[in-house]
Design a protein around this ligand. Structure first.
Ligand code: AMP
Length: 286
């Protein structure tokens, strides 16, 4: 595996791959890798001839009061994992390499899809994500980019910016990798104490409660939402940020759910220190 600290070296290496008629799969990450990230690498290896990854904790997507400085990092371990997973090239830029002039003056914002849910709790977050992802796509060049459904709203934002800007990227969404008890893998799970780790399954339990309500015939989003809210309220160590019922493709609200609809239930909650996200696909019976 070639480790590239500079944009120029990473870009040149991928241009060489494509010149040799090898397609590129790309997996952008913020590091502190787990099996969820490795599932994206595995998918990229299926979709393309050579896999490239990036590790960059992007300051643009953290608000001043968020956990940028404390975000967990272990570059040596990450590089061993990527190497063992068969990654060919990894970009590990410094903040100066990515943003040499200090704060950026150019910013990518994806309207509407960035509003609500994560956007409501973290107002500048998706502008930071969309800007760095656009920049990483410009650096990587034509590729198949693998993103996790774990960050479902982010995936929608990325799909839309690629379509709107005609970027030469095919976006592939990958299923959420979970612990056996249902907790979605996340770099931030490392912050959980033992008690909080047990309590953190409440996000998945809330989603299951919402899915059960739909399966039992409930068609009011408000009632499905209430099933999720009540589940989180029953866990003293958790504090709910949002529980939402959305159209899976557009992320629009669906007050009355039609038969056959493809929904996505989404929750965010703080459990002790970390704020955790999860979501679940639900198909409404015909
Ligand atoms: P991050 O390092 O948190 O920015 O995540 C990098 C990529 O890994 C994003 O596309 C995430 O959606 C994806 N990812 C994170 N956790 C999981 C998971 N549990 N299952 C699948 N993909 C994940």
């Amino acid at each position: 595996m070639e480790v590239h600290p500079t944009i120029a070296a990473f870009r040149a290496a991928l241009e060489t791959e494509r010149a040799a008629s090898r397609t590129v799969g790309f997996v952008p990450t913020m590091g502190f890798l787990h099996e969820g990230h490795l599932s994206l690498v595995a998918r990229a290896a299926v979709e393309a001839d050579v896999v490239a990854a990036s590790i960059f904790v992007n300051p643009l997507q953290f608000a001043p009061d968020e956990d940028l400085a404390a975000y967990p990092r272990d570059l040596d371990r990450d590089l061993s994992m990527l190497d063992a997973a068969g990654v060919g090239h990894v970009l590990v830029p410094s903040v100066d390499e990515m943003y040499p002039g200090g704060p950026v003056l150019t910013c990518v914002t994806v309207a509407e899809l960035s509003d609500g849910m994560e956007g409501a709790s973290r107002p500048s977050h998706f502008a930071g994500v969309a800007t760095v992802v656009t920049k990483l796509f410009a650096i990587t060049g034509p590729c198949v980019a693998c993103f996790g459904e774990k960050d479902y709203q982010q995936l929608a934002v990325v799909r839309r910016l690629v379509a709107d800007l005609s970027l030469p990227v095919r976006v592939v969404g990958c299923a959420i990798v979970r612990e056996p008890d249902g907790l979605a893998l996340s770099s931030r799970n490392v912050y959980l104490t033992d008690d909080e780790r047990v309590a953190a399954t409440v996000l998945h339990r809330a989603l299951e409660a919402g899915a059960d309500a739909v399966a039992a015939g409930e068609r009011s989003s408000a009632v499905v939402q209430e099933a999720m809210v009540a589940t989180v309220a029953g866990e003293p160590l958790a504090s709910l940020d949002y529980a939402e019922v959305r159209d899976a493709a557009t992320l629009a609200t669906v007050p009355l759910v039609p038969d056959g609809a493809e929904l996505r239930l989404l929750v965010a909650a703080r459990v002790g220190r970390p704020r955790l996200l999860d979501n679940l696909a639900v198909r409404v019976p015909d």
